[in-house]
Design a protein around this ligand. Sequence first.
Ligand code: SAM
Length: 294
Amino acid sequence: MAYLGTPSATAEIIKKYNFTFQKRYGQNFLVDTNILEKIIRCADIKKDDCVIEIGPGIGTMTQYLAENAREVTAVEIDKNLIPILKETLLEYDNVSVLNEDILKVDIGRISEEKNGGKPVKIVANLPYYITTPIIMGLFESHVPLSSITVMVQKEVADRMQTGPGTKDYGALSLAVQYYARPEIIMNVPPSCFMPKPGVGSSVIRLTLFSEPPVKTEDEIKMFSIIKAAFNQRRKTLANSLANSSFILDGERKSVKFTRQQVCEALGQMELSHTIRGEALTLKQFAALSDLLSK
Ligand code: SAM
């Protein structure tokens, strides 16, 4: 089977199977071998790696993964792609294709069955419409992962990597940076896809930490505070938090803080009571969450 990562090879498969691209599934297939090779290199795929690919499409990147890794599990929601994948991946005996929704798949079970529970690598040209739920689901499942190397919308990659005080900084930046070290590898123009997406793209690598870079007594509460802080971006942190309720990990119940409690905690941290959430670092959110527990 020839490589698929060119416009002509992809067009041939599409025509042969009379395949119709589904916009609702974010189907923009990669048709640039240089980009594909760079993704594989940057994901640092080795012969003993177990890889999970999200959305293999017609199998373009899956072929590269199969040649470089020990084992590949590719999860594809669109049943019309399954017969195509049977043909394009025919010569690889180390690939399993699951016709499922990645948001419903038990990744822990895959890692257990295919890799004895040892960390797996995630590689994907993601369906952009569900980037955040996919990334958050991977982190929050606490499945052993060593890295996540993914193509995402350029603005989303910027949001994952940025720090306090920028317009892109938000709950996604803080969540990503709590679990992993983000590095934007390259920007990819629409011309590298078929059909061309209406937005720019970037490949980002998230290398998972073995220990989070900050300590907090209650991770769930800290993220609940972070979400509330950015829900009403233009309000001060004290006003945003005083209008919200929070989940505590231990008790699984919702609590509220008064504006005065939040201002006192900010005072102890030597921060102004008019500060906005977008000015706080991850370390400061962890400290605020712990102070509000007392
Ligand atoms: N990997 C291929 C490539 O690079 O050419 C295709 C990438 S395309 C951007 C995204 C793929 O994700 C499509 O094949 C789409 O059908 C699939 N997809 C969309 N939603 C999905 C979901 N919830 N679960 C699994 N796959 C999904």
